[in-house]
Design a protein around this ligand. Structure first.
Ligand code: ATP
Length: 464
């Protein structure tokens, strides 16, 4: 190419690891870098200025092996494999033609020793292996980290749930966690918050079930002075304002009144709130993690939950399976709680083989919370140093393991379990004086028990 300083370019190209060999459109060699000369039997000086056809005539190249001539003929990029110096090496050779007015002006040929490529491939394979080792180690560290954060599991189902949490944690999106009561929704909400960039900002938990309907709005959005009778003189910031910059965990969102659902949706869309009795919009930066132990889709169908809010919350669903569907977690969880309560109550209780078997067999309608309570109770009340299966069964609310094996088979597990739950509540109701005691015995909270009583249409004998 005219006006091109090959000498200057050559200096630069001597720093390149690949061989570079440039000819003009006639096949005259105009540039050869050091790496290219090393791959051939000629020095740079012996090559520059000669025509590649001379090298063919000297028998150095076979006519079909000369990529620059191929490029000159085809006007296109060409590649082939050549024998290198003393036929010792195989070299991959690629020629790229540069055209001016449709005519080949230059051909730039790059050459690489196949041994180099093999070496690179080997290095790549070794790096991949190393990466795999690091990945496994990282997985182990993550597992340890979860243990530190008190999330215990061994099941594939929970592994998938946690993997999903890891994915959503850093994304700053709204999350909806679904699972039966006591499955660990709050634990998971904490885990997501701890793994997010808001980890050092406020994490505020709101149990929607515990706030009376008439106070809901002022609790969440705050109020201005004199907003209603009994309101504080100064007004009050709501939970959204307190959580600003951080995370708000709305537990049991399924029971939130419809009127308030619209307001939550507005905060999600507009990122601002108005205090009760106020008229000023306050900008809010809060990530919402919601949880429900009811099937929200059914609530939507029944007109009790807004479809638009459901979609807005349920971007990536996180589902925590009930403990009976992840039996592999029962023993590790039981061991974890045993360790905690042995330490807390200065005990050294052990569980024998039959004990572990009965824990594994029980369907745990109250999920992890029920398991935790049973282990705690065992540590507190056991006189022996080792509890047996029979002693554990005694504590499992007269649960008959033989009955468990011969329970009526319905079409699906859920119906089967619901039927079992219903029978269990009905039979235990005869033993306990009030719903608080029964809830405690079942290892669930009172509101969950009351919901179940309502859900199964059980005639309550309790006055409280
Ligand atoms: N994977 C787990 N590892 C260790 N502890 C757990 C795990 N899952 C749940 N727990 C424990 O079980 C108890 C119940 O968990 P949590 O309160 O998170 O359940 P929940 O689904 O939010 O219940 P609810 O629906 O009644 O609010 C807690 O004491 C929690 O620490």
């Amino acid at each position: 190419m005219r006006g091109f300083d090959y000498k200057e370019v050559s200096k630069l190209l001597n720093c390149v690891r690949d061989g570079i060999f440039i000819t003009d459109g006639e096949g005259n060699i105009v540039l050869v870098n050091k790496a290219s000369a090393e791959l051939s039997e000629y020095s740079e000086e012996q090559l520059i200025g000669r025509n590649v056809r001379d090298l063919i005539n000297e028998g150095y190249f076979d006519e079909n092996e000369v990529v620059s001539l191929k490029c000159i003929k085809s006007g296109k990029k060409e590649s082939l494999i050549q024998k290198g110096k003393n036929n010792e090496h195989e070299i991959t050779v690629t020629g790229v033609p540069f055209l001016e007015n449709g005519k080949v002006e230059l051909v730039v040929v790059t050459e690489r020793d196949v041994a180099d490529i093999n070496q690179l491939e080997k290095e790549l394979r070794e790096n991949r292996k190393l990466l795999e080792t690091y990945r496994t180690q990282l997985g182990q560290y993550k597992k340890q980290d979860r243990k530190l954060k008190n999330i215990i599991y061994d099941s594939k189902a929970m592994e998938e749930t946690i993997a999903m949490c890891d994915k959503v944690a850093s994304k700053d999106i709204t999350v909806l966690i679904q699972g039966e009561s006591g499955t660990g929704k709050e634990v998971i909400a904490n885990y997501i918050c701890d793994s997010s960039k808001r980890r050092d900002k406020p994490f505020i938990k709101v149990n929607c079930d515990a706030i009376p309907e008439n106070l809901f709005e002022s609790e969440l959005f705050g109020y201005e002075k004199g907003a209603f009778t009994g309101a504080s003189e100064k007004g009050k910031a709501g939970l959204f304002e307190l959580a600003d910059g951080g995370t708000l965990f709305l537990d049991e969102i399924g029971i939130m009144p419809l009127s308030l659902q619209g307001k939550i949706l507005r905060v999600l869309q507009n990122k601002e709130i108005i205090r009760v009795g106020g008229n000023e919009y306050i900008p809010i930066d809060v990530r919402i993690i919601a949880a429900t132990n009811t099937e929200l889709r059914n609530a939507v169908k029944a007109g009790e939950f807004r479809l638009d809010l459901y979609y807005r919350l349920n971007v990536v669903p996180i589902v925590i399976p009930p403990l009976r569907e992840r039996k592999e977690d029962i023993i590790p969880l039981a061991k974890h709680f045993l360790e905690i309560y042995n330490k807390e109550f200065d005990a050294d209780l052990k569980i024998d083989k039959s004990g572990w078997a009965s824990l594994h067999k029980y369907p745990w309608p109250g999920n992890v919370r029920e398991l935790q309570n049973i282990i705690k109770r065992l540590v507190i009340i056991s006189d022996d140093s080792e509890v047996t299966g029979a002693q554990i069964i005694e504590q499992l609310d007269n649960f008959d393991l033989n009955v468990a094996d011969s329970m009526p088979l319905y079409n699906d597990l859920r119906t089967c379990v619901e039927e079992y739950e219903k029978n269990m509540i009905m039979s235990q109701m005869k033993i306990y004086k009030g719903s608080r005691e029964l809830a405690e015995a079942l290892g669930i909270d009172k509101s969950t028990l009351n919901r179940k009583i309502k859900k199964y249409g059980i005639k309550s004998v309790f006055l409280d």
